[in-house]
Write a protein that binds this ligand. Structure first.
Ligand SMILES: Nc1nc2c(ncn2[C@@H]2O[C@H](COP(=O)(O)OP(=O)(O)OP(=O)(O)O)[C@@H](O)[C@H]2O)c(=O)[nH]1
Ligand SMILES: [Mg+2]
Length: 287
């Protein structure tokens, strides 16, 4: 199921599949794709994820082999100083030439935040179409196929949403309330976030051109909000997915303090300020 801007959907090749009722596990074959025609770079921020990465790669390889998903051309990992063996694992992966895809590892020495890492990864990606996801198995591997199949040339951003029919998450009620509140705040302050049922998703496909001009920001987490704030006429679509709890390792976002609330407000205001600067610099204000 693909939810897309209604006006566009009517004439889009996605219209038929969008109206059909699919379970989220069923691949969406929405238009004729010639194998190898359009490749994707998967961009993944990583920080101490050795408990998850071997499972991630094992499942990804099984998906690519099982579904003949030849569109995955590259994986770009951006690491900010992992100390748990993540870097050794990624070095071995990059040296393994038997894979269907190539692997880039960007090694940085300082923790600059996941959005900063994602932006850096997008900028060095080999392909113009980028699939961004996390490395802790919260974004189940099987949905990569759904995103790849549902992507089409009429979109700038295709988001895997927890809040479409067929989507969901494994969260505690408290975390659910925090997430819903964060969404409401995003809708108030961030342009375009109302176009999506899940404007805080970390699992999406985007066009590289959306992020090329964005300046890096330190200690922010939601690249999607940065994009939604800065790109005026963005064409968006959504598919449902069920988010899982992280498989292993530790969360870098949730701790026992409420500091992340304050950081979230700062993040939103930073994106708004940057969006205004971009608008001013572009003269006409149309982006
Ligand atoms: N390179 C880099 N990656 C990071 C940084 N912070 C988090 N990450 C990665 O970004 C992804 C998301 O971080 P998480 O800690 O899982 O944040 P979250 O998914 O919002 O929170 P949980 O639901 O608690 O897991 C994971 O793949 C992390 O390894 C960072 O500062 N630098
Ligand atoms: Mg996580």
């Amino acid at each position: 199921m693909v939810k897309q801007d209604k006006n566009r959907l009517a004439d889009s090749p996605l219209a038929e599949s969008a109206n059909a009722s699919h379970s989220p596990d069923v691949a969406v074959h929405s238009y004729e794709r010639h194998p190898g025609e359009e490749k994707f770079s998967i961009v993944i921020p990583v920080l101490n994820e050795i408990d998850n990465l071997p499972v991630f790669i094992g499942e990804l390889d099984a998906l690519i082999f099982g579904k003949q998903l030849r569109e995955i051309g590259e994986i770009v990992f951006v690491d900010d100083g992992s100390t748990d063996g993540t870097l050794d694992f990624l070095d071995r992966l990059a040296a393994d030439k038997s894979k269907e895809y190539s692997v880039k590892v960007l090694k940085r020495s300082t923790k600059l935040g996941s959005a900063n890492a994602e932006l850096a990864g997008c900028k060095i990606a080999a392909y113009d179409t980028i699939l961004k996801m996390d490395s802790d198995m919260q974004h189940p591997i099987r949905y990569i196929e759904n995103l790849v199949r549902a992507w089409n040339p009429d979109l700038d951003l295709l988001v895997a949403s927890r809040y479409l029919e067929g989507g969901g998450n494994d969260w505690s009620p408290l975390r659910g309330i925090i997430s819903r509140s964060a969404q409401m705040i995003a809708r108030i302050f961030i342009r375009n976030s109302g176009k999506l049922s899940d404007p805080l998703s970390g699992f999406f496909v985007l066009r590289k051109t959306l992020v090329l001009q964005l300046l890096p920001v330190i200690n922010t987490k939601k690249l999607i909000l940065y994009i939604l704030a800065t790109k005026r006429d963005i064409r968006v679509g959504e598919i449902p997915y069920v988010m899982k709890d992280r498989l292993g390792g530790e969360s870098k976002i949730v701790d026992n303090s409420m500091k992340f609330v304050q950081q979230y407000f700062i993040e939103i205001l930073t994106y708004r300020k940057l969006a205004r600067q971009i608008k001013k610099a572009s003269g006409s204000g149309r982006r």
